[in-house]
Design a protein around this ligand. Structure first.
Ligand code: MSP
Length: 652
């Protein structure tokens, strides 16, 4: 393909879980960008894939009694099936267990070892097995637990190979200062730059505690750390480092889409690895936000994980794709609500776009027996529609250059609405009655042009819909690669007969939908095994009453909640305990807003030895209940039923 190279990637997904809305979101966004660039004549290359090594996969395979590769081969099919269902047009699919990837990881390791960027050393630290990371002491949560998943950490000492990350702090800062758009949105850019400025430590990149990984060349006791392995997919899929392979063309145009949780891997470790290899860091890493579901965190134990297959079956692939990108600005967190999706189908899709098509085609059928009028003289008003169409193309291109999907769609819908208003202004039915054939023809042709342009512009977002509009307009094929580059207002159209067939988006009856949704929810809840989640928790040995009596548990009133600078999970809680005031540091910032806590009575373990978190002394611990399932933890603080009980009251 000729045209400007554009390389777009998604994270490679872990195969220890079924695909959910988070996976669908990034992949759809990447697909839209790739299709947009292809439509504009660029040479786009779109990569997705799966991350198949590491502790998590080994553990899940063990639980299932199968080998890790058997697990991978099974789960990868869910992803492949989903991408088909969601109409994803990726150019390649990489699996980190493929030999083409493994050999590149080993080659890169060898090169960096030879250049002195990797060295052998020893590492001691607190390790979180499920998250596969060491947690620095300053970031540890209460009771030596992981600040991310809240599970207990294990102290480990390992012989390990280090990547000399510290050496690249300066070059990275320089790169980011020179490339302010290399990390988006801006908050993430600032976050990463200040993280690098606070100093970088060398990164351990090998493990001896695990088998399921790529063997380290020359020292087979070790396997390569899963993130070092995984990040390399973006190059190995392009045939790096073979001369003449795709990487030479596409790597300089690399853009990564990632979730906000994995930004440091992509904006600190990965670019440093690239600099060490003498390659440019990615042109851009864009970190999108996270979806909650109907206002709640997505969690397996709550049973509210949005199944993209189900959404596709219920509402169709295009409305689902449209909704995800229209509803929430890319980069912000957002809430997934099926009602909001249904409302968008009714308003944006059925009312605005669907109506424009059906009204226009009906009139071409009625007044012209379906034959498209030739393009001819235009009035000021017709010209205005054309000019707005051209402006919409340019605006959308500029917005999508910054991955502002929602604004790009808003711009397109402003054009669709303008075209709908044009029908009301020109009143073609009056022109028909009055026999003003010439003016009527110009109006019908303007509408057809507006629809043709809408199909071209909507195609990357809703490819099936665009193809349906295209065929109803009487056009051949579909508005795919090159369509936007080739598009011109008023061109061609000789001898075209429109082909009205069926409603684009049938309206959904909200009342009926609500009843069906209730029924679906009931069925889902019934299917959830209510005991499944407790099976995760080993019972603890019996204790004497005296053991329990050692705990000094009390009711505390939360007076004031403050954040700990630079610790995005921690709060400092100022508590009233009746006869004393106390400060407790707790990692519940992701679960509660300060105003949700202030004024509440909670339960505190008072006689726990004080400990320091990020330099702040914590005198005790809050009690909370926590669901143990998945990485989307649910955590809720314990409180008292009768709020009139005074702060300081003992619990027994
Ligand atoms: N394997 C790593 C990525 C390696 S890339 C070299 C990984 N995989 S993952 O399967 O756990 O997560 C993939 C992506 O899903 C992440 O970008 C993450 O942000 C995203 N999401 C997970 N839950 C999400 C939501 N609730 N909402 C939006 N995206 C979320 O991390």
């Amino acid at each position: 393909m000729s045209g400007k190279p554009f390389y777009i990637t998604t994270p490679i997904y872990y195969v220890n879980d079924v695909p959910h809305i988070g996976h669908a979101y990034t992949t759809i966004a990447a697909d839209v960008l790739s299709r947009w660039h292809k439509s504009g004549g660029d040479d786009s290359y779109f990569l997705t894939g799966t991350d198949e090594h590491g502790q998590k996969i080994q553990t899940v395979a063990e639980k299932k009694g199968i080998t890790p590769i058997e697990l991978c081969n099974e789960v990868v099919q869910n992803f492949e099936r989903l991408w088909k269902a969601l109409n994803i047009q990726n150019d390649d699919f990489i699996r980190t267990t493929q030999p083409r990837h493994e050999k590149v990881v080993q080659e890169i390791f060898r090169r960096l070892m030879a250049s002195g960027d990797i060295y052998k050393g020893e590492y001691e630290g607190w390790y979180c097995v499920p998250c596969e990371t060491y947690v620095p002491e300053a970031q540890m949560a209460e009771g030596q637990t992981c600040p991310d998943c809240h599970r207990p950490l294990t102290k480990m000492t390992e012989e390990t190979y280090f990547f000399r990350l510290s050496k690249y702090a300066g070059p990275l800062i320089k790169f980011y200062e020179e490339h302010p758009d290399a990390i988006m949105p801006k908050e993430r850019y600032n976050e990463v730059v200040s993280f690098i400025k606070s100093g970088l430590r060398d990164q351990s990149i090998s493990r001896t505690t695990l088998k399921w990984g790529i063997p380290l060349p020359g020292d087979e006791k070790h396997v390569i750390y899963v993130w070092f392995d995984a990040l390399i997919n973006y190059l190995s899929a392009l045939g790096y480092p073979e001369p003449g392979e795709k990487w030479e063309k596409y790597w300089p145009a690399a853009r990564h889409l990632v979730g906000k949780d994995i930004i440091r891997f992509h904006c600190v470790i990965w670019p440093a690895m690239l600099l060490a290899l003498g390659l440019n860091p990615p042109v851009r890493v864009f970190a999108h936000g996270w979806w909650t579901v109907e206002g709640e965190k997505m969690s397996k134990s709550l049973g509210n994980v949005v199944d993209p297959f189900e959404m596709e079956t219920l509402y169709g692939v295009d409305p689902f794709r449209y909704f995800l990108l229209r509803e929430v600005p890319f980069g912000h967190d957002g809430d997934f609500s099926e009602l909001a999706l249904v409302q968008r189908i009714n308003s944006d899709l059925a009312n605005d776009l669907g109506n424009l098509l059906s009204r226009s085609l009906q009139m071409i059928d009625k007044y012209r027996e379906g034959m498209l009028p030739a393009f001819g003289a235009q009035t000021e008003l017709d010209k205005e529609i054309e000019t707005l169409g051209e402006k919409t193309v340019a605006d959308m291109d500029a917005l999508l250059d910054r991955f502002a999907f929602d604004d790009a769609l808003k711009a397109l819908w402003a054009f669709v609405s303008r075209a709908n208003k044009y029908i009301d202004e020109t009143e073609p039915w009056k022109l028909g009655r009055e026999g003003d054939v010439e003016r009527l023809d110009a109006v019908l042709r303007t509408l057809w042009e507006a629809l043709r342009l809408s199909a071209v512009l909507v195609a990357p977002f809703m490819p099936d819909t665009a193809a349906r509009i295209w065929s109803q307009l009487g056009l051949e094929g579909e508005p795919g690669a090159g369509a936007r580059a080739a598009w011109k207002w008023g061109e061609g159209g000789e001898g075209i007969k429109v082909n009205r067939s069926g409603i684009l988006f049938p309206r959904i009856d909200i009342e009926k939908w609500k009843k069906e949704k209730e029924q679906r929810d009931l069925e889902k809840r019934a299917k959830l095994d209510p005991t499944a989640f407790f099976k995760y928790q080993e019972p603890k040995p019996q204790i004497e009453y005296d053991d329990f009596a050692k705990l000094d548990l009390r009711v505390a009133l939360v007076e004031k909640v403050e954040v700990v600078p630079k610790a995005d999970k921690l709060y400092v809680l100022n508590l009233d305990l009746g006869n004393e005031k106390r400060v407790i540091v707790s990692s519940i910032r992701e679960n509660y807003k300060p105003e949700e806590l202030e004024g509440k009575k909670i339960i505190v373990l008072c006689n726990l030895k004080p400990a320091k978190f990020r330099g702040v002394q914590s005198n005790g611990m809050l009690l909370a209940a926590e669901s143990p399932e998945s990485r989307y933890e649910v955590l809720t603080l314990l409180t008292v039923m009768d709020d009139s009980i005074p702060a300081g009251s003992r619990i027994s």
